[in-house]
Design a protein around this ligand. Structure first.
Ligand SMILES: [Zn+2]
Length: 131
C-alpha cells in the first residue's frame, strides 16, 4: 500500500514522519504529485507563526474544505494524510497551534475524541487564567 494514497491504514498516534514532496517515498507516483500540487496551490504560508493558511473553501468554523476524487475532506485532515501517509479515519486531527485553517502537518497531531475534549478543557482553563 503506497503511503499518501487516501486509503485505510492504521494511523500512528504520537509522531509519524512528516514528508514533503522532496522526500516523499512515493514522489514518483503521478497521483501523489498531483495531490501535493493541488493541495499546496491553496496554501499560503505565514512566516511569523509558520502556519499554513488554507485559502480554499472553508467551513464557517474556519476549517478548510476540499475534495479528493469526489470525496469531501477537511483540509487539515487531508494534509495529515498526504504528508504522513496515514489515513486519520477514526481519529481526530488536532491543531497544536489552535488555528483551525492551518494545514501545516507539523502543527497537526492525531488524537482520540477524548484527547480532543481534554485538550479543549485544558485550553478553556488556560484562557481564564488565575482568579
Ligand atoms: Zn499552524
Amino acid at each position: 500500500m503506497p503511503a499518501g494514497r487516501p486509503s485505510k491504514q492504521t494511523p500512528a498516534p504520537g509522531g509519524p514522519v512528516v514528508y514533503s514532496m522532496e522526500n516523499h517515498p512515493n514522489r514518483e507516483d503521478p497521483y501523489i504529485k498531483k495531490l501535493f500540487d493541488r493541495f499546496m496551490d491553496k496554501v499560503h504560508t505565514i512566516p511569523e507563526t509558520a502556519c499554513w493558511w488554507w485559502v480554499g473553501a472553508a467551513l464557517p468554523a474556519g476549517y478548510g474544505l476540499t475534495r479528493v476524487s469526489g470525496e469531501k475532506w477537511l483540509a487539515h485532515r487531508l494534509s495529515y494524510m498526504i504528508h504522513t501517509g496515514y489515513h486519520p479515519a477514526g481519529y481526530v486531527v488536532m491543531h497544536t497551534c489552535d488555528n483551525p485553517c492551518c494545514v501545516n502537518p507539523h502543527h497537526l497531531r492525531l488524537g482520540s475524541q477524548q484527547d480532543n475534549i481534554s485538550d479543549m478543557i485544558a485550553k478553556g482553563r488556560a484562557h481564564h487564567g488565575r482568579g
